[in-house]
Design a protein around this ligand. Sequence first.
Ligand SMILES: [Zn+2]
Ligand SMILES: [Zn+2]
Length: 323
Amino acid sequence: MLYTLDLIEAYGIPSRPNVATLDCRTAGDQEIGLVHTPEFIEATRRAGHGEDGNWSRFGYGPGDNPIFPQMHEAAALVAGASLVAAEEVLSGRAEHAFNPAGGLHHAMPARASGFCVYDDPAIAIAWLLARGVERIAYVDVDVHHGDGPQAIFYDEPRVLTISIHESGHYLFPGTGFEDETGRGEAEGTKVNVPLHPQTADGEWLEAFRENVPRRVREWRPDVLVTQLGCDTHRTDPLAHLELTTFAYREAAKMLHELAHEAAGGRWIATGGGGYQWARVVPRAWTIYFAEMAEVDLPDRLPEPWVRRVEQESGSPVPTTCPR
Ligand SMILES: [Zn+2]
Ligand SMILES: [Zn+2]
């Protein structure tokens, strides 16, 4: 995360006249409660304050969601940042807003899951719905299925979710198949594009082009919300797709076009998974952010940034952006 902000800074993007950096805020219990149960919020708060309890019932314990100090406070800040993004875009103060710390798309209403405590994209979507927004499109390009938002809005006809990910046959969370399409009035509003392991740029982009733009255009959302996980990269240690940053540039362009064509320009973006924190994550999210800010990135990364990250991480870092 810090390397991402540093790289965005090193390219001089925040000082552009069309870019503003905003403070985040803490999401209130009521806002988190749009998605999560009061019991889960309480458990998260108490577990993070070192109290004893049956926390495994809420997904906490050994594995992907170990208890850490101030767990509620940290997760509420991430959710609050996505809410600031939603507020800016809904009010028209900003056309696009990006919370790179967000995208915690595995958390469920009463359970933490897959490194995720509070489901900030779902909280932002629920917040928009509560303010009368009628149609939302959520597009999730993380290598893992966006199971949280899909489950939370499975019966909600106002929310289209599209997730493009490595098939659940091979990867956590084991869901996200084509036959998961929504329930009742929401039938047909949930879309899944599972991909085989080893899918590379060309095939991934083809799957994206076939499934995402047409559906979002037809949906004509009031707001586009995206989860931009970059654990699809070929060097990511947790999954098996073979993407490069070339695909992120293309995806960024297409999502940006879609936001303007189909959603009146209103685009809320979050980060997501990405476990090559020095070699991939900063480049990936800088590419998306530069696209949002209409900045053409030179291929070469700023040298002082490369030198510092190499020194601190103790391993070589790619020196060009699309690689
Ligand atoms: Zn992921
Ligand atoms: Zn734009």
